[in-house]
Write a protein that binds this ligand. Structure first.
Ligand code: ADP
Length: 555
């Protein structure tokens, strides 16, 4: 046997190609159909047909044509419907000598083929066929499935887009419906508030100026209580609907912490004192006095807690504690406020329900207290808007400690005013002769305020609208102006703006202006502040609050 080194491979290769029998056996045994042709051209050199020169057995099997029948014949003789694509492709390969691999359908054979075409010599070509109908059908199926799923995806996408649009439209609609609802409620509550203000004014006037029997006094006291309750309900429903509609916003302003707390506490000191309760305030020294937050909403939360404590405490004391629990380095502080009472307390199972809307656990157990059950739910949402928490610790029969925290910014007061004094109840016996300009279009409220003012000895000049007020202001200087906001001819905002401009132009001193706004109309307070008011009173007017605020500014 020869070693591999002795073997003459080169000679062997040459002999393979020169050995016609080897080549014939090779092509004969190729599994794929094989055919060798010569291309025929027309007079313009365009390929128009081709002649069969050689085929193998696989070709015979594939086409059912016999070698002896087709050699020397052209394709169009057997298959007159052969597509021009085949002839053109074969002609191109035979002409250029560049091999091609094609996949195409043959109408004559009714199958798909993958064909390797090459040209061993000019104008000749070899075609090696593989029948791929099954593969093509699978591919077509896949393509159809792909196209279908793409179409499905697209229609899903379109559907989703449509749904998104519908959702957006619905959201917009809901938003405008919500703001319409909120606006309706705000307007409604304002409309309801005006007659209540008048009723309350008249009740208080009758109480102050008329000689009444004890029974009449009691009837009037009860009527006033009913008006107070009605107002609480209107305010709660309005606030709650604003929260629900997502339109409740904090109105950030600078305020004096101690003044704000003492003002709120003073509102309850009177009633708690009357009930024999002690009410005290403890504010730790490191609580900043100059803060930026929403003082109006803070007052509301504290009022709700104090109001509840007064409502649910028969004897003992109610204390308010305020301390700083965290100092952030970005000028913000976390405060904790606690209202502690020695009242009826709350059972553990009821504590869970407390901060839900419309839960009146007290009334469930005793049936004797009134309210909407919204106060704590509203307070909870307000506290959350201030990045805080609200919770309660209570022992039934012993009392409750309501806590809430909030995060506020330091240094909101631009006026540099001194820290607020400890609130005192107004000494209504002290008489002075300060001059007041009262601007109010409602005759009943006007009469009520006039009586209140005269009781203090304040001189009152009346204007029925903003324009009259500006005229009066031009003629006379006043110690203070009480300005209604909504009036015909000229509203309060415009009048305040004009008065402030006049003061600036003439260099005269700034007259304190106290706006009288309906608490319900969001934005009134801000507009008043922007327009240049110094303070504001909410309608219906509370007599104590009226005296406290007005005396503070005009004395
Ligand atoms: P309401 O308007 O009914 O007072 P709140 O949400 O303010 O609504 O209070 C819900 C319920 O929580 C009250 O009805 C009462 O049962 C209970 N509650 C609140 N504060 C106190 C308290 N200090 N002592 C005892 N029960 C209280």
């Amino acid at each position: 046997m020869k070693s591999i080194r002795e073997y003459n491979l080169g000679m062997e290769q040459v002999s393979f190609y020169q050995d016609e029998e080897s080549v014939r056996v090779l092509f004969e045994n190729i599994i794929d159909a094989f055919a060798y042709h010569k291309v025929l051209y027309n007079s313009e050199g365009k390929p128009v047909d081709y002649v069969f020169l050689e085929v193998n057995s696989a070709f015979e099997k594939l086409t059912s044509l016999k070698r002896k029948d087709i050699i020397g014949k052209t394709v169009l003789e057997f298959y007159p419907n052969t597509e021009s694509y085949w002839i053109e492709t074969y002609g191109r390969v035979a002409k250029t000598g560049i091999s091609e691999k094609i996949e195409n359908y043959s109408r004559e054979l009714g199958e798909w083929y993958e064909v390797n075409v090459c040209s061993p010599k000019k104008d000749h070509f070899v075609a090696i066929f593989q029948e791929i109908t099954e593969r093509m059908l699978q591919r077509q199926k896949m393509e159809v499935a792909l196209a279908e799923s793409e179409a499905k995806y697209k229609s899903l996408l379109d559907e989703r887009k449509l749904l998104e649009k519908e959702l957006l439209d619905a959201k917009e609609e809901a938003k405008s419906a919500d703001s319409a609802k909120s606006m309706f409620l705000a307007n409604m509550s304002h409309e309801i508030r005006t007659p209540i203000t008048e009723i309350m004014g008249m009740i208080q006037l009758t109480q102050m100026t008329t000689k009444l029997t004890e029974r009449q006094q009691e009837y009037l006291r009860l009527s006033k209580l009913a008006c107070d309750s009605l107002l609480v309900i209107i305010n709660d429903v309005l606030d709650y609907s604003k929260i629900e509609a997502g339109v409740m916003k904090l109105n950030i302003a600078g305020f004096r912490t101690r003044t704000m707390i003492n003002e709120v506490v003073s509102l309850f000191q009177h009633s708690s004192k009357k009930n024999g309760l002690i009410m005290d305030v403890f504010i730790e020294e490191d609580v900043p006095d100059d803060l930026l937050g929403d003082p109006f909403r803070l007052r509301q939360i504290i009022s709700n807690l104090l109001g509840n404590s007064v409502k649910y405490t028969k004897e003992g004391r109610i204390d308010l504690y305020l301390k700083k629990i965290e100092d952030f380095n970005n000028n913000r502080v976390k405060l904790e406020c606690m209202v502690k009472d020695t009242g009826i307390g709350i059972s553990p199972e009821n504590i869970e329900l407390l901060f839900n809307s419309f839960s009146q656990v007290g009334s469930i157990s005793t049936g004797q207290y009134v309210g909407t059950g919204l106060g704590l739910a509203i307070s909870k949402r307000l506290v959350e808007m201030m990045s805080g928490e609200i919770w309660v610790e209570s022992i039934k029969g012993e009392g409750s400690n309501f806590h809430f925290t909030c995060i506020l910014e330091r240094g909101g007061c631009e006026d540099g005013s001194a820290p607020g004094p400890v609130a005192k109840l107004v000494d209504s016996s002290k008489e002075t002769s300060q001059s007041l300009l009262l601007v109010e279009d409602n005759v009943v409220i006007r009469q009520f305020i006039e009586v209140l003012a005269r009781k203090k000895g304040w001189q009152v000049t009346v204007s029925e609208n903003g324009k009259e007020a500006v005229d009066s202001f031009q003629q006379k200087k006043f110690d203070g102006i009480l300005m209604d906001v909504q009036m015909p001819v000229m509203d309060g905002f415009t009048a305040i703006e004009i008065i402030r401009r006049m003061e600036k132009d003439t260099g005269s001193r700034r007259t304190p202006i106290i706006a009288m706004t309906a608490y319900a109309l969001k934005g009134d307070k801000e507009k008043c502040l922007e327009a240049g008011m110094d303070d504001y009173l909410t309608k219906p007017l509370d007599v104590d609050q009226f005296y406290e605020v007005v005396s503070r500014w005009i004395s």
